[in-house]
Design a protein around this ligand. Sequence first.
Ligand SMILES: NC(=O)c1ccc[n+]([C@@H]2O[C@H](COP(=O)([O-])OP(=O)(O)OC[C@H]3O[C@@H](n4cnc5c(N)ncnc54)[C@H](OP(=O)(O)O)[C@@H]3O)[C@@H](O)[C@H]2O)c1
Length: 183
Amino acid sequence: MNDNNFKVTIHMVSSLDGFIATNDGSVSWMESKDEYPDGVTLSDEDMEQFLKSVDCYVMGSGTYLHALELGWPYGNTPVIVLSSKDLKSKKESVSFYSGDLEDFVHEKLKPNFQNVWMVGGAMLTKEFIRKNLADEILITIMPVLLGDGKLFFDYIGKEQRLHLKDTKVYKDGMVELCYELIK
Ligand SMILES: NC(=O)c1ccc[n+]([C@@H]2O[C@H](COP(=O)([O-])OP(=O)(O)OC[C@H]3O[C@@H](n4cnc5c(N)ncnc54)[C@H](OP(=O)(O)O)[C@@H]3O)[C@@H](O)[C@H]2O)c1
């Protein structure tokens, strides 16, 4: 597979004050009742096309366990869960990995996939950025201040230059920013 087409995108939904989860794990804040008439909406076809374009989802065990509770949004697309625990899944599309993240990206992801989405959580995102393993960050900002919870960027400990690639504003007040990580 051609390395040039391999891309790891970190995607996260965040409050304006930078939280990706509330302390009680509620997700009601991810549904916006706001209205922004000049914004766009995604059609079902857009959504379908996007979902088809993702080759593999990667996530930490915290995110995986939460997704199992909330309802599986990843269909049959391959999902790789990072965990040091002996987790098992009945879903054929789910596999587990433990170990060095650089080996994971270069030996497990790169030869097998092109469009990889790293969907959280905060702990794993921080490691991907620290180790230069992500190519893009797509952040969806909800029109809400949560005031407390789990921070998206929780002291990464290094400066990372970004290039703003794209922005989208939705009719329900969500703002999407897509940044390329400059290497
Ligand atoms: N707003 C959003 O878009 C969004 C997205 C995703 C998640 N979330 C929320 O964020 C929370 C979860 O985030 P989190 O930061 O607590 O956890 P997380 O990043 O999902 O998972 C952290 C876990 O991943 C495993 N891990 C990390 N690096 C590893 C490595 N190199 N090898 C093996 N295992 C590794 C460890 O699991 P073990 O302890 O099993 O070893 C670690 O405890 C949930 O509440 C979720 O709902 C929100």
